[in-house]
Ligand binder design. Structure first.
Ligand code: CUA
Length: 335
């Protein structure tokens, strides 16, 4: 009777999933400012569209050749300083107004002072997954960024440092903030302060190779107490199996080259090429969102990742069925 328990646990802390990453429904301050700016820009450009389109339609109707009308051309006018100055100066003023408000919004988001109590995380883009490190807590996880919600002004927003291990990526969770590029040998910063608990979907927004479209990310915004629970759980080292079969399974895992790329804190595995697996089973997906994290999917993934995410760094390890069973059994203990 494992399933009813799992179901009850899920029901106890329901997090709304914002699967449609809708930038028109902002739920954090940076996204709000970008949204408000986009409304202003759309308002101005829509006004221009209506004026220009209206004049064209007026000219088409008003000056249409009519049956029995005047066969001669209308009087030809050459040059008009007034009109030429107007159509040069007005667009320049509009462009400068747009530059001004955009620069103000960008600077306002970028220059946000960090309040005491801010959460810090480092985002590292990899081909093709996201690494999230929390230097203050010693936590390393992947593809699902946990942050506390903000309930009052300036209350524990999350400040992110963005780095890349390989090529240019872009971190984008449309409901929370604008895109920020993730550039090798450069450190960019951004921040977010989700207002409502929920799981916000995002993705890499800069083409970074064949699996760019499978470089998905989630921001799990939790109440401060749920976030504290998550931190406490993630800080723990991997549980040591006591069951003899699982002990054997761990030995198998530790002898395979899995540990050259993956870390399981508290074990001989401390690779840094692939995602940290210490608490893999607490994550919803594997392969940066390519599939749900279920035992069957996990087995299929380890068996042949190249069939699921062609080109990804994880090779087909050619494990025997027995090795595969043991590796999956061990990884399932990493809650
Ligand atoms: Cu990373 Cu596109």
């Amino acid at each position: 009777m494992i399933q009813p328990v799992a179901f009850l646990q899920a029901a106890a802390s329901p997090l709304v999933e914002h699967r449609v990453a809708d930038m028109f429904k902002p739920l954090a301050t940076p996204a709000h400012t970008v949204f408000d700016l986009s409304l202003l820009v759309m308002g101005i450009t829509a006004g221009i569209f209506v004026v220009v389109g209206g004049l064209i339609i007026y000219a088409i109707i008003r000056f249409r050749h009519k049956e029995g009308g005047d066969p001669d051309e209308p009087p030809q006018i050459y040059g008009s300083n007034q009109i030429e100055v107007a159509w040069t100066v007005i667009p320049i003023l509009i462009v400068f107004a747009l530059i001004g408000v955009t620069a103000r919004v960008v600077a306002g988001v970028q220059d946000q002072a960090e309040p005491p109590g801010a959460i810090h995380a480092t985002v590292i883009g990899h081909q093709w997954w996201w690494e999230f490190r929390y230097p203050d807590y010693g936590i390393v996880t992947a593809n699902e960024l946990h942050v506390p919600i903000t309930t009052g002004p300036g209350e524990h927003p999350t400040f992110l440092k963005l780095e890349s291990r390989d090529v240019i990526h872009s971190f984008w969770v449309p409901q929370l903030a604008g895109k920020t590029d993730v550039i090798p040998n450069r450190e960019n910063t951004m921040w977010l302060d989700p207002r409502e608990p929920g799981i916000y979907f995002g993705n890499c927004a800069e083409y970074c190779g064949t699996q760019h479209a499978n470089m998905l990310l989630r921001v799990v915004a939790q109440t401060p107490s749920d976030f504290a629970d998550w931190v406490a759980q993630q800080k723990q080292r991997a549980a040591v199996p006591t069951d003899p079969q699982l002990k054997q399974a761990q030995r198998t895992f530790d002898r395979l080259s899995c540990i050259a790329c993956h870390a399981v804190r508290g074990t001989p595995a401390f690779g840094v090429v692939g995602p940290d697996l210490t608490h893999l089973m607490s994550r919803q997906t594997i392969g940066a969102g390519v599939m749900e994290n279920t035992p069957a999917n996990l087995r299929a993934w380890i068996d042949n990742p190249q069939a699921i995410k062609p080109g990804c760094e994880m090779p087909d390890m050619k494990l025997s069925d027995q090795q595969l069973d043991q590796v999956v059994a061990y990884i399932e203990t990493l809650k």
